[in-house]
Design a protein around this ligand. Sequence first.
Ligand SMILES: [Zn+2]
Length: 415
Amino acid sequence: MNYCVRMTDSVLPRRAFVVNGWLAKFDAIGRTAGGINRVAYSEADLAGRAFTLDLFRDAGLAPRIDAAGNIVGRLEGTEPSLPPILIGSHVDSVTDGGNYDGPVGSFGAIEVARSLREQGVRLRHPLEVVVWQNEEGGTIGSKLAIGELTDAGLDAVARSGKTLREGIGLVGGSVEKLAGAVRTRGSVHAYVELHIEQGGTLERSKLRIGTVTGIVGLRWLDVIIDGFANHAGTTPMDQRQDALLAAARFTVAVNDTVRAEAGGQVATVGRLVASPNTRNVIPGRIELTVDLRDLDAAKLDRLEARLRQLAAEIGRASGTTFRVNQATVSAPAMADTQMMEWIDQSATALGLPSQRMPSGAGHDAQEIAHIAPMAMIFVPSVAGISHSPREFTKAEDVVNGVDVLLNAVVRADQG
Ligand SMILES: [Zn+2]
C-alpha cells in the first residue's frame, strides 16, 4: 500500500492544476444565460465530446468510439489476459445544468490514466477510461453497454429532439453494430465512478469523501382518484365526493408513512392535476404521481403495499376511488463490499474524512452493476445544489476525489 500513497503524493500538485484547469475550460462549452446546456446530441454536447476526445489524446489514451457512442481509452496492463478495470462518467448535461455533474468523474478518470502512464506505473489489469453518452437522458450509453436497450427503445426521442437511433450515429456510434459494444458479466474486473454528491450530506457533516453503498431503487406510481364534480355552492359538505380532498389526505399519508420508520427512504408527491380545476366546482378527478426511493428492495415492496392500502382506505372514507399504477420500477444497485473497503482505505490513507452513504440520484454505475463489481466515490456539492447553474464543487474536493479514485484503482488492481 506504500506504493500507491507514494505515487499519489508525487503527482498531487500537478493534478490539482490539471483537472480543475480542464473543468474551467470546459465551462465555456454550452454555457448559456440559463446555465450549462450540453444535452445529449446537441451541438454543445458534440463540442464537449470533441474537447474530451482531445483530453484522451493528450493523455496518450488513443480513444475510440464504441458502437454505442461511448468514448473509450485504454492503458494496457502487464497481464493482458485479465479483464479491464473501468473508470469514467459522462459529459452531457441536463437543460440549464452545471459543469460538475459528470465532467468531474470523466476528467478525473482521464487524469488517473494519464498520471499512471506518465509515471510509468503499469497495472496488472488493463485500465479503460469510459465516457458514457447520454447519461442524463436515462443512462443510455451504459444501458447499451450491458445490452439493456431494445431496438424499439432506440426510437425514443431525447431532449435535443433527436431519437436515440439518430443520436448514436451523431456521436460516432453505429446502430447496426450495437451488439459489439455489449460487455458481458465477467468481462470487467471492476467499475469505479467518481461523481459529485448532488446533495448536502457531506458538506453538512464536514466530510470530504462519500463511499457510495448503492444507488437507490425507485418506484414511480401514477394515481388516479375519481370523485364526483358537483356545484360548489349547492352541495352540502357531508354529501361531497371531493377528489382533491382525498388527494390531500393521501399526500399527507405518503409523507407520514415514509417518515414513520427509521432509514433513508424518501417519497414525494410531485405532480397533481385537478379536473375540472375550476373555482366553483368540487374537483371530480385528480391525477397525481408518487416517487418512492430506497436502497432496500424489500422495503420498497412493503412501503408500496402500505401506500396502496392507505389509498383504498382514504377512498372508502371519502367516497372516492383510487387507481394506483406502477409507471416505472428500477431495482436498487448495490456497491461491491470489497470495493467499498478499498475506497474507505484510500480516503483514510490520504487523511480524508469519509462516510458511507447511498446515492439518491441515478448514475451509469447502476447499469454496470449488472455485469461487474461496482463502486462510486462522492465529493461534496456546495450547498447540496446540482442540476443547476449554481452547481459547484471546490477545486480541492475535485483533487481529493481524483486522489481517492487513483488509490482505489491501484487497490482494485492488486485485489
Ligand atoms: Zn451525473
